[in-house]
Design a protein around this ligand. Structure first.
Ligand code: 3PG
Length: 206
């Protein structure tokens, strides 16, 4: 298991947060991402076939880190421990954190306030998702939180887009951002797959 700092550093600059329309859509995106060299992805548990989608990405992108996101409860966590390179939650849960610690799983919980940050830090988390980033205050809030919590690193997600992701990345406390805007719809793939591919290739070129 890689540590959470390494996961975010590998994912930079943007970790696709993936919600798919169908298993076919997931397969089409997995092929696209593999071709583009996407280094890490968060596959969210927001579809009845989500676990199959995780397996699709593991097969299609053996070099990449495949994380499971929107992990909300114990059964999901126990399965994610076996199937993911890392696990992400939108909020902080001491119960899920304890499972991660016991199983040596790389776990990145989410926070939105100073109180949640203190709770996560009390459980030794220094690498956190900042969610929902834009709705709760965006760059100004993150900047304000970074002052008292100087050793914490964040992956802001939620409402981040092509137009503003660089503003988040410019903050020292931000290791990478997450976003669903990098995941083309089935229609976008049909209309302009090569455009989608060049956008991704450009983003991740070394
Ligand atoms: C998440 O789970 O991180 C967010 O739902 C992603 O937010 P976005 O769709 O606004 O990028």
């Amino acid at each position: 298991m890689k540590d959470a700092n390494t996961v975010l550093a590998s994912a930079a600059p943007v970790m696709p947060v993936a919600q798919f329309e169908s298993l076919d859509h997931a397969k089409a995106c997995a092929e696209l991402f593999a071709e583009a060299g996407v280094p890490a992805i968060e596959v969210t548990l927001r579809h009845p076939d989500a676990w199959q989608m995780v397996a699709v990405f593991r097969d299609a992108m053996p070099e990449a880190l495949v994380g499971v996101g929107t992990v909300l409860n114990r059964p999901q966590m126990l399965r994610a421990v076996d199937e993911a390179d890392f696990v992400i939650s939108p909020g902080f849960s001491p119960e899920l954190s304890a499972i991660a610690r016991k199983t040596l799983t790389t776990y990145i919980p989410g926070v939105a306030t100073a109180t949640e940050l203190m709770a996560a830090m009390a459980d030794d988390h220094r690498v956190l998702k900042f969610f929902p980033a834009s709705a709760i205050g965006g760059v100004p809030l993150l900047k304000a939180l970074a002052a008292p919590f100087a050793d914490v690193r964040f992956c802001p997600t939620g409402g981040i887009k092509q137009s503003n992701y660089r503003d988040f990345l410019a903050l020292e406390c931000v290791s990478c951002v997450g976003g669903s805007w990098l995941v083309p719809s089935m229609q976008a793939l049909r209309d302009d797959r090569s455009g989608c591919l060049s956008m991704l290739t450009e983003l991740y070129k070394k």
